[in-house]
Design a protein. Structure first.
Length: 45
């Protein structure tokens, strides 16, 4: 019961956060998938 209530509270807060982020999102400043994930990482030695 408590877990369900916490999940609902978290979902509500994340929805509010997503709405705020959506309002300020500027696609011209966003990184592309390739810019973020395109380079392979070097293996740790």
């Amino acid at each position: 019961l408590l877990r369900g209530a916490l999940d609902q509270e978290e979902d509500a807060r994340l929805a509010l956060l997503a709405g705020k982020r959506e309002q300020t999102f500027d696609r011209s400043q966003a990184l592309t998938h390739e810019e973020v994930w395109g380079q392979k990482r070097r293996a740790a030695k």
